[in-house]
Write a protein that binds this ligand. Structure first.
Ligand SMILES: C[S@@+](CC[C@H](N)C(=O)[O-])C[C@H]1O[C@@H](n2cnc3c(N)ncnc32)[C@H](O)[C@@H]1O
Length: 529
């Protein structure tokens, strides 16, 4: 009888959820990170965690309950009789009243409010020993400066953890909710996988490996987006609020489902604490990410200064075809060649025409001029006329453009000898990013990383320019797994790589080919040691 009741209520909940979702715009849903957990997944997570709980008196909590997908799963799997208390917090009153109406009679107490404010006042409420959560995925730039400061201070005061300002709201949620939990309680979190790799995740990773017992991390394949409309790749994190036993190992699984993953690996805490990136686990061909450490510590950053390309602030306005610039009579000293976006760049070795422009189709230039407005107006009336159109197009309203002086001057960059595309897709043998050998005077937009040879590599190329070809070939030998391992991956399988991440890839093949290149690195190391 009880099961039938839950099924009926769950059915009602799903109808309510879709009508609430469709009444909101994507922007509104994004602001509060409103992407509900599919009930089957909530059930799977609850079933998994239920196998560990020996407590007969369960005090359930969900810090961002939505319409109560997890509470519904808890009722279905654990049964009402075992649930001693249940609390759900929800900031959106439409969701909180729906949850209250649906589940109030089943014992769920719903508190309307911001969980991060509630947690401090929660001492008179039962601490949960079972916490199931899919917290709002709100990126840091959608948090106000005041809110971020308040959250950072709160987490520091209550848990002694310093959270990096780039962390999204889910990081604070996880820490604060764990603070609220009863000792020895269990928690399951459905969160974005990003923290596993990026710098802002460091304090959370430290917390997970020292303050709680991290039982399991299951990472869904990035190709399998759990929430059709949320572009993030997700993990389920299971832990117990108790210090980790000595020699504890965490189970990492990947792909498939929580109950039937494609691959698994147990990773000792000691090793985990040392690992900069966690998405390299489990180490298996299915999980195409690896940090290949050759032990020498010699990396691309030793030989290349790596920088993102320029952000013009408005590519449509500033980047035009060279022919168009000629037709409009723009002076040569106010434009410079720029590569087309990777989508339009078919070649990987870019040849030059006699003016230093790439022989690409399209052949583009970017407006880049440091002369003050009065001078441009007087000397170059045709360019001035074009620049005047920026007002009606709103070009100057953009943040970047409004901060520049003069507003049509771009960041200072030399043409790079090599480039690497900034984002892309690619599994197995197919690399997500392409290296490019630039034989022209073109710079590039921020859809590329620019690689400038430095130190001994630069010196070598000055003396032996013909070796550029071999350098390029060595760059092309970097494998897809290395690139994926250092970069980061988003839902839907989109990979991105930042300059620092590319800089961490091994440069061993370079010193094997030209042993003299090592001297710089050895000297540098001696200096530091
Ligand atoms: C990702 S949804 C998950 C909802 C539900 N737990 C589920 O699994 O389906 C996150 C929920 O957090 C709510 N939320 C956003 N900010 C919040 C806050 N500061 N305090 C409490 N709830 C919040 C959103 O309204 C949304 O319902």
């Amino acid at each position: 009888m009880a099961t039938i009741n839950i099924d009926r209520l769950e059915h009602k909940r799903q109808l309510l959820q879709s009508s609430l979702d469709s009444a909101k715009s994507p922007v509104e849903r994004n602001r509060l990170g409103q992407f509900a957990t599919p009930n089957l997944l909530a059930i799977e997570i609850t079933r998994y965690i239920a196998t560990m709980i020996d407590d007969d008196e369960i005090n359930f909590a969900d810090p961002s309950i939505g319409t109560g997908s997890f509470f519904s799963a808890a009722l279905a799997i654990l049964g009402k009789a075992r649930i001693n208390s249940a609390i759900g917090v929800e900031v959106d009153s439409e969701f909180s009243s729906s949850a209250r109406n649906l589940w109030g009679e089943e014992g769920l107490q719903v508190i309307t409010g911001d969980f991060t404010e509630f947690v401090e006042k929660s001492s008179n409420l039962t601490s949960p020993n079972l916490l199931l959560a899919n917290p709002p995925y709100v990126r840091h730039h959608h948090l106000s400066r005041d809110d971020k400061k308040r959250l950072q201070r709160l987490v520091q005061r209550l848990l002694g953890v310093d959270v990096n300002g780039l962390a999204g709201l889910y990081v604070y949620f996880l820490l604060l909710a764990t603070y609220w939990m009863a000792d020895n309680g269990y928690a399951a979190w459905l969160i974005p996988s990003e923290f596993m790799d990026v710098n802002y995740g460091a304090s959370l990773k430290q917390f997970l490996t020292s303050q709680v017992t991290l039982i399991r991390i299951h990472r869904f394949s990035p190709d399998d987006i759990q929430f059709g409309d949320a572009l993030v790749s997700s993990v389920v994190l299971i832990f117990r609020k108790t210090l980790p036993p000595v020699n504890h190992a965490t189970e990492f699984t990947f792909g498939g489902t929580l109950s039937n993953p494609e691959t698994k690996e147990r990773v000792a805490l000691n090793r985990l604490r040392e690992s900069r990136k966690w998405t390299v686990y489990p180490n298996h061909s299915q999980d195409e990410r690896s940090n290949i450490s050759d032990g020498t510590g010699i990396t691309l950053a030793n030989y290349f200064r790596i920088q993102r390309g320029i952000a013009t602030g408005d590519n449509k306005f500033f980047i035009i075809e060279q022919d168009e610039a000629k037709r409009r009579g723009f002076p040569k000293n106010c434009i410079r060649p720029i590569l087309p976006s990777p989508r339009h760049l078919k070649e990987t070795v870019i040849k030059s025409d006699q003016d230093g422009y790439p022989l690409t189709n399209p052949k583009l230039c970017v407006i880049d001029c440091d002369l003050p407005e009065q001078i441009v107006e007087k000397r170059y009336p045709k360019l001035w006329e074009y620049l005047l159109s920026a007002d009606s197009l709103g070009v100057k309203d953009g943040y970047l453009v409004s901060k520049r002086n003069p507003w049509y001057q771009q960041e200072k960059r030399e043409p790079p000898l090599f480039l690497c595309t900034y984002m892309g897709r690619g599994t197995h043998e197919k690399k997500p990013f392409r290296f490019i050998w630039n034989q022209t005077n073109a710079i590039a937009t921020n859809l590329y990383l620019m690689l400038y040879p430095v130190k001994s590599l630069q010196r070598m190329l000055v003396n032996h320019p013909e070796r550029a070809e071999e350098v390029y070939k060595l760059l092309c030998l970097v494998t897809g797994n290395e690139l994926r391992g250092e970069g980061r991956v988003y839902g839907g399988g989109l990979h991105k790589i930042e300059p620092k991440e590319l800089g961490r890839i091994s440069a061993l093949p370079f010193v094997e080919r030209w042993p003299d290149l090592q001297m710089d690195v050895i000297r540098q190391k001696m200096l530091f040691e």
